[in-house]
Design a protein around this ligand. Structure first.
Ligand SMILES: [Zn+2]
Ligand SMILES: [Zn+2]
Length: 358
C-alpha cells in the first residue's frame, strides 16, 4: 500500500507521545500531529526509544532555550507502516531506525562528502529543532510514530532486536565514529573515560575493532562489568594510578559530560602525537592546561555522532559482531524517574522506553 499525497488528505496525521511543557515540568501525555508523508517519506511505527543524556539537557533547556512542548528522543527503532510514492529503499514492515537528525541541506561540501552530521548549513535535529520550513518544531521518539525522509532512515540488521537497536542510533554511533576516525584497532591502546551509556558502547565496539581497551571510572563499581565486556584494564581515576600510565595511549575518548573533570591529567597519558576526543557535552566550559599538549604535540579534539552512511555502517558492524547495548526497558510513565536515576549514574547501561505501553 502506498500513500499518494492528494488534496483530499488532511494536512497532518495524529500522533501521541509524552512531552515536557517547560524546562522544569515533568512528562505528560501529549497529542500532536506529524506531517502527511511526502513522496520520499517513510512513516514509522515506533516500538522503542532509548533515553540519551542529551534528552535531559534539552528537556531542561540546559544547553539553550528549548522548543516546548518538547517530545525528546533520538534513539528510535520501529517498523515501517506507510511509504510515500517515490520511496525506494524501504517497504512496509521493514525494521528501521532514526537517530539524531532527520534532514540536512544536502548541498554543502560536507553533505556531498557523506559527512551530513557536520552539515555546514545545520542539519534538522530529530527533536527540539525546526524543520526545513523554519517554523515547524520537530518532535522525537518518545511517541508512537514519526515521519522521516527515507534518506535519513537506517536499516536495522536482522539479528539485532529493536529494543537493543535503539541505543545504537545515538550512543553506538557517537562512539563508533571517533573510534574509526582515529583508527582504533589491533595493537592500539584506547582509553575510555566513563562507563555509562556511551562508555559501555565504546568498550564493546573498540574490543570488536581489536583494540586494547582501558576504562577510566570514578569508582570500581562497574569493574566486573567492564572486564566481562572485554576491557583489558579498569582504572579508578586518581593521581597514583595515573602516574603509572604516562604516555601509553594512542587514543582516549571522554564520554563524561561534566566540566569538573581534569582533562589535563589525561593528556599526559597520551603517547606523542596522540589524541583525546571529547564527545560528552558539558553545560559549562572546561578549563585545561595546554602544557601536556604542547610538549608532546598531543591533540584535543571533538566529535559528534556520525553521518547517515557511517551510522548504517555502524549498525552493520554491530550486527556482524553481535554487539548490543545493555538495557533496562521501562514504561513511558517512568521517564521522569529514569532521568533522576541517570543523573545518579544508576542505570546499567541505557534506559529504553517501550512505546507500545503509551
Ligand atoms: Zn543522544
Ligand atoms: Zn549540508
Amino acid at each position: 500500500m502506498q500513500n499518494k499525497n492528494s488534496s483530499h488528505q488532511p494536512s497532518a496525521i495524529p500522533a501521541k507521545g509524552i512531552a515536557v511543557h517547560s524546562a522544569s515540568a515533568n512528562f505528560e501525555p501529549y497529542n500532536f500531529t506529524r506531517r502527511n508523508p511526502r513522496e520520499n517519506d517513510v512513516v514509522i511505527e515506533i516500538k522503542y526509544c532509548g533515553i540519551c543524556h542529551s534528552d535531559i539537557h534539552q528537556a531542561r533547556s540546559e544547553w539553550f532555550q528549548g522548543f516546548y512542548p518538547m517530545v525528546p528522543g533520538h534513539e528510535i527503532a520501529g517498523v515501517v507502516s506507510q511509504i510515500g510514492s517515490k520511496v525506494s529503499k524501504y517497504k512496509i514492515g521493514d525494521r528501521v531506525g532514526v537517530g539524531c537528525f532527520v534532514d540536512s541541506c544536502r548541498t554543502c561540501a560536507n553533505c556531498h562528502n557523506h559527512l551530513d552530521n557536520y552539515c555546514l548549513n545545520g542539519n534538522v535535529l530529530t527533536y527540539n529543532s525546526l524543520e526545513k520550513d523554519g517554523k515547524t518544531p520537530t518532535q522525537g521518539g518518545y511517541s508512537d510514530m514519526i515521519v522521516v525522509d527515507e534518506n535519513y532512515v537506517l536499516k536495522i540488521p536482522d539479528n539485532i532486536s529493536l529494543e537493543h537497536a535503539a541505543p545504537l542510533l545515538c550512543a553506538g554511533i557517537t562512539l563508533y565514529s571517533p573510534l574509526k576516525n582515529w583508527q582504533a584497532g589491533k595493537n592500539k591502546k584506547v582509553g575510555i573515560i566513563g562507563m555509562g551509556g556511551l562508555g559501555h558502547m565504546g568498550l564493546k565496539i573498540a574490543v570488536a575493532m581489536q583494540a586494547e581497551v582501558t576504562i577510566f571510572s570514578h569508582s570500581d563499581r562497574k569493574k566486573d562489568d567492564a572486564i566481562k565486556m572485554g576491557a583489558c584494564e579498569f582504572i579508578v581515576s586518581n593521581p597514583e594510578n595515573f602516574s603509572k600510565l604516562q604516555g601509553q595511549f594512542d587514543l582516549i575518548i571522554n564520554t563524561v559530560s561534566s566540566s569538573e573533570i581534569n582533562l589535563s591529567e589525561y593528556f599526559n597519558l597520551l603517547k606523542f602525537d596522540a589524541t583525546l576526543v571529547a564527545i560528552g557535552a558539558p553545560e559549562k566550559p572546561y578549563s585545561i592546561n595546554p602544557f601536556p599538549l604542547i610538549m608532546m604535540r598531543r591533540k584535543f579534539a571533538g566529535s559528534v555522532i556520525g553521518s547517515i552512511d557511517e551510522t548504517q555502517e555502524m549498525l552493520d558492524f554491530c550486527g556482524k559482531h553481535n554487539i548490543v547495548p545493555e538495557i533496562e526497558i521501562i514504561n513511558p510513565s517512568y521517564v521522569d524517574k529514569a532521568y533522576e536515576r541517570m543523573l545518579k549514574s544508576d542505570v546499567r547501561y541505557r534506559f529504553v522506553i517501550d512505546m507500545a505501553k503509551l
